[in-house]
Ligand binder design. Structure first.
Ligand code: HEM
Length: 461
């Protein structure tokens, strides 16, 4: 009876969608996200309704015009912060991810300058250094998962470039606390528990507090220490820049606000970048011709193909399949008038597989981005509009530096010929066998890409 009621009570006026009970839809979405979304779009077209347990009702949007309207629409009416509330126990209530207008824009403006594309350049050498140190630890001739190795790199980069932590002891201590917290909050068991409890009860939960409290204490101590130090002007880490940033009324961020934003940058930036890097290598190792071309171009100091490889991986293997906005007022999408309270979900995964935009969409072909630039509303791995990923330049720059360093330092092969499947871990879509690889050989140290060699030579002069 419940099923019949669900089907009939909430169908009109929403667009069509699977008639399966909510629990079955939730299972499809959780366990087989790719095939689930593809089947829905084959059956229902560009606009369809999915019902997910604990998340409410999502209307998926795959038409570029609809997606454009979401990204350029009034953010007062299209609320993103509300939809992210499940992250509150970790990122905190003042996180830019959880705010909606008008507070969101005030906070975002304050945080944007350190993430400006040109500013990223200063972290290039740090990113390469962290990667070289990590690659040193990889075994030769034995299969291993690249994905956890990429996580180690991106965590280290965040601790050093964002938090500005230096000194081996301190790094070791904070790394251990963060790793433990990240492992705990993304383990499937804890995730099910987090989703069922709701944010309020999680925040008060004793087990959760025992993992989170030491992290909070370490981060607050770091903030206090940095506030008291006198070298803030010379420091280049993002925390130091955020400490100096001022709201329009001249005030600065409170310790709690800084704590929340640091945790936001960690949660939003660490896993996403690591997984995208793992996917890039997973795809490249299955396409030796593309890998060969990339190695040659990187060695010649050319960045263009590297950029295309990164774009193509983010297209074909986006780590986040959707972004979500909750409607505050009724709005029309895909010919349907949607009521207030419903969430629309521009679908990154399906948009990136539109054959009219990307011919032969399942093929890994970086060349497509040399032939045609990425479209603002059709290439959307970082979402869009006023909520577009704040770390998009940072992430792409980091991916380029890490890949360039890995490919000029070692020769890798896939551990098995077959492609890895897309599986969900927490909210990200990851490679099923952790991007398995074998290191065939280390390269002699003089095979640094030409661009880097010229830079080094110039700086030595
Ligand atoms: C390949 C890596 C990454 C991917 C695929 C990614 C993707 C995304 C997506 C899809 C959103 C939501 C956009 C929307 O709702 O329209 C987002 C938001 C955000 N991302 Fe990223 N991200 C990545 C890396 C990073 C990094 C490295 C950082 C920072 C260090 C970062 C910080 C943020 C922040 C702060 C937001 C919230 C922006 C806001 O609400 O105004 N991300 N990201």
């Amino acid at each position: 009876l419940k099923y019949v009621k669900e089907v009939f009570s909430s169908r009109p006026p929403l667009p069509p969608g699977p008639r399966l009970p909510r629990t079955v839809q939730t299972l499809g979405w959780m366990l087989r996200p790719g095939p689930f979304m593809s089947r829905c779009s084959e059956r229902f077209g560009d606009t369809f309704t999915v019902r997910i347990r604990n998340e409410g009702t999502w209307v998926f949007l795959c038409d570029p015009e609809d997606v454009k309207r979401v990204f350029t629409g009034d953010p007062e009416q299209l609320r993103a912060g509300e939809a992210n509330v499940v992250l509150r126990p970790v990122v905190g209530p003042r996180s830019v991810l959880l705010l909606d207008e008008p507070r969101h824009m005030t906070q975002r403006r304050l945080m944007l300058p350190p993430f400006h594309g040109e500013r990223m350049q200063r972290y290039g050498e740090l990113m390469a250094e962290v990667t070289r140190a990590e690659v040193e630890r990889w075994p030769v001739g034995e299969p291993f998962g690249l994905w956890p190795r990429m996580q180690a790199i991106t965590l280290e980069v965040i601790m050093r470039a964002v938090f500005g932590i230096t000194g081996a002891d301190h790094l070791d201590h904070v790394r251990e606390l963060l790793r433990h917290m990240l492992d705990w909050t993304t383990s499937p068991r804890q995730l099910a528990f987090l989703a069922l409890m709701g944010p309020g009860r999680v925040e008060a939960n004793r087990d959760f507090r025992s993992v989170m409290d030491p992290v909070d204490a370490a981060v607050l101590q770091l903030i206090a220490h940095r506030r008291a130090s006198t070298d803030a002007d010379e420091r280049e880490d993002i925390l130091s820049m955020l400490l100096q940033a001022r709201y329009e009324d001249g005030t600065v961020m409170s310790d709690q606000e800084l704590r929340d934003e640091l945790m936001t940058l960690l949660v939003a930036g660490h896993e996403t970048t690591a997984t995208s890097l793992a996917w890039t290598l997973e795809r490249l190792l299955r396409h030796p011709d593309k890998l060969g071309r990339l190695c040659e171009e990187v060695a010649a100091g050319d960045q263009e193909y590297l950029d295309a490889v990164i774009k193509e991986t983010l297209r074909l293997r986006p780590v986040l399949p959707i972004v979500v906005r909750r409607l505050r007022e009724p709005m029309r999408f895909g010919g349907h008038l949607l009521p207030a309270g419903v969430s629309v979900a521009p679908c990154i995964y399906l948009m990136h597989r539109r054959p009219d935009v990307y011919p032969e969409p399942e093929r890994f072909r970086p060349e497509r981005f040399l032939e045609q630039p990425a479209g603002t509303y059709t290439w959307i791995p970082f979402g869009g509009g006023v909520r577009r990923c704040l770390g998009a330049s940072f992430a792409q720059f980091e991916m380029a530096r890490v890949l360039e360093t890995v490919l000029t330092t070692v020769d890798l092969q896939a551990d098995r010929p077959e492609s890895e499947r897309v599986v969900r871990r927490a909210i990200t879509l990851t490679p099923s066998r952790r991007a398995g690889a074998v290191m065939v050989a280390r390269r002699p140290s003089d095979s640094v890409p030409l661009a880097r060699r010229t830079e080094i030579a110039a700086s030595a002069r």
